[in-house]
Every structure is written in C-alpha cells, then in structure tokens.
Design a protein around this ligand. Structure first.
Ligand code: KG4
Ligand code: ZN
Length: 337
C-alpha cells in the first residue's frame, strides 16, 4: 500500500486508551499540536491505574484537550481531512470516550473516521521525525506491552516475541512501589539510577525456555522483594538498588533485541513506548548501535509515552490508502497488531 505523491493530510488524532487524555493535529509529518493531559496524580495514591476513575476523567478532559489541540494548531474542524482515534488495545471504558468523541466530531463535520491500533501508533512513532526505512526491528516497551516486532512495511508486522507476564513498564512501576518511590515509577527509577551503581546488586536475568524472543519480568520483581526483605533498609543505598534493578530490565530487553539483529540480519532498530523514554536504555542502545554498526531510532520523549500524534500519524497513512472505519466502530480491550 503506497501513499506516494499524495498531498499531506491534516488529521486530528485522539488517544484515550489508558490514563492519558490526548489530542494532536498533524499535517503530514509536521506536528501542529500535541496535547496530553496526564492523570498520574489521580491514580498515584492507588499505585496503579483505576479504570473507573480513568474513564471518568477522560470524560471531563476530552473536550478541553481537543479544543486546545485545534486552537494551538490554528485549525478548525472543517479544515481537517479526517479524524483518527485509538480503538484498542486498552481499557474499554477509557477507549470508548475517545471513540465516541471521534465519531461525533467526524459525523458533525462530515469527515472520514479511522480507528487505529495503539500498538501501530507506537511502532510508527519514530517515522514522524526520522526517515526510517523498512524493514526494521521494533522493541515496543510500555506500561502495558513488551513485544518485539519485525516491521517489513506499513501494515506488515510480525510478532517475534512478547512478555509472558509483566510488561517492562510494570516492572519499573512495581519496583518503584516496593522501594517507596511513588507512581508511575519508571521516571523516578530512571532519575535515581543516574547516581547509583548498576553493579551493586546482582538481580537475575530471566530466560524464557520456550520462546527465544519472549520476556519475563516476574522473577526480578520477586528478587527485589526478597532483597528488600532480607536486607535492612539502611543496608543499601536506594540509588544503587534502583540502578541495579533498572540494569537487569535493560539487559533482558537488549539481549532479545540484539539476538534478533544477529539472527534476522536486520540492522535497523526502533525502540518505542513509554519505557523507551528511559535515559539509561537510550544510552545503552546508542552504545550498542555504535559498537555493532546499527541504525538506531528512538522517538523524542513526547512521542515515546502515550500521545495522539502517533495515532494521527498511523491513521493518516491508512486514510491515504483509502481505508475508513464505519460508524459502528467499537473499542477493543485486546487487539493484536
Ligand atoms: O507508553 P506509555 O505511556 O503507556 C502505555 O501504553 O503503557 O508507557 C507508560 C510506562 C509506565 O510504566 C512508566 O513507568 C514507563 O512507561 N516509563 C518509564 C520512563 N518513563 C515512562 N520507564 C522507565 N524510564 C522512564 N524514563
Ligand atoms: Zn502506549
């Protein structure tokens, strides 16, 4: 499917799959607006996303967030070429807010509607800023997903492996909770680890026997719990534990990715999703890329974590290919790529 020689489309993207309410306006690769309203403070006391609270806050925030995106972009609804919205995977109550709003706006302004797979948004996000040629390997690491794909073309994705239990982001968040660092914990661990020693504690690196590209993060969580239980709180520096825990997660991620590079002879790699905002992962990946002569792409931080620009971008090429969603577009809790 090709969209060569077509003028760039002006697309409104809407994303409400989890706990961020997001809207963006894209004109081709140009991001005219990228608004994200975070619910971190709302879910923080519970140490995780509470679905009922998430959908209620999406309902409250969705109109102002879309309004702000259109205003920032200086665009009226009637100027748009289409509306793209995340249809899944995610929390159904959250997704429904975005899908319903997208349908209402598209119907009111007589615009084409396209439902987008959230994972495709993450997978293509690096292409908004960089010319990333196909094929490439994509490590998608977020709070809900940890999967390794080969992207052979737009819409042509092959899943090599995925996590058998927790996602990498969950491992960060649960580790941070055990260390009493608050929620969401990925960013806090990242920050603390900068002044910690990653070799201070040796956490286990799990291997999944049945799938060479599969991941498992439940063991490291248990190892951290046991470590904290057996050592007194004063026996270690929290920075060192954070750095060691983070290093084990990164080792497991990079090991699979580099195994795929070797086996499949694909030397172009993309890392995307919330965890790809991790500064140590970015540094290690750059270093590995330089050492092995790989082309490495990572979206800028605003495009790593959940955002609607990536949804607008993935939706735009599908619309350009002539695809449309019907007015009975639904929300899907589970959706493969
Ligand atoms: O992609 P995302 O915003 O939402 C999902 O689709 O899940 O990813 C959120 C996840 C959270 O688990 C968060 O802790 C993690 O990404 N994260 C990080 C960093 N920033 C966000 N993990 C490690 N280091 C970071 N700097
Ligand atoms: Zn995501």
């Amino acid at each position: 499917m090709s969209m060569l020689h077509q003028p760039p489309l002006l697309i409104l993207g809407i994303e409400t799959s989890c706990d961020d309410t997001a809207a963006a306006v894209l004109h081709g690769n140009r991001i005219l607006a990228n608004v994200v309203s975070s619910q971190d403070e709302i879910h923080s006391p519970y140490g995780g996303v509470v679905p009922e609270l998430a959908s209620r806050h999406h309902l409250r925030d969705i109109v102002p967030v879309i309004d702000q995106a259109l205003k920032t972009a200086g665009v009226k609804l009637t100027h748009l070429d289409g509306v793209a919205v995340t249809k899944g995977p995610g929390l159904v109550g959250s997704l429904l807010v975005g899908v319903s709003m997208a349908k209402a706006l598209a119907a009111a302004a007589n615009l084409p509607l396209i439902g987008v797979n959230h994972l495709e948004g993450h997978l293509l996000a690096a292409q908004i800023e960089h010319e990333v040629a196909f094929p490439f390997l994509c490590l998608l690491v977020s709070g809900g997903h940890t999967s390794l794909y080969v992207a052979r073309g737009r819409g042509e994705y092959e899943l090599l492996g995925a996590t058998r239990d927790d996602a990498a982001g969950e491992a960060f968040d649960k580790g941070a909770k055990m260390l009493g660092l608050g929620y969401p914990g990925g960013r806090v661990i990242d920050q603390l680890a900068r002044t910690g020693d990653p070799t201070a504690v040796r956490f286990p690196r799990a291997h999944v026997k049945t799938g060479q590209y599969d991941f498992s993060f439940s063991g490291i969580k248990t190892a951290l719990r046991q470590f904290l239980h057996t050592q007194g709180a004063s026996a270690y520096r929290v920075e060192d534990v954070a750095a060691s825990y983070q290093e084990a997660i990164i080792d497991m991620l990079l090991e699979r990715l580099l195994l795929a590079v070797r086996h499949l002879h694909i030397r172009r790699v993309v890392v995307s999703g919330g965890v790809s905002a991790n500064s140590r992962l970015r540094w290690r990946l750059r270093a590995a890329g330089e050492e092995l002569g790989l082309e490495v792409y990572m979206p800028s931080l605003k495009l790593c974590t959940d955002n609607a620009a990536m949804i607008a971008f993935a939706g735009a090429w599908r619309l350009a290919c002539g695809q449309r969603s019907s007015w009975d577009l639904g929300a899907f809790a589970t959706l493969r790529l």
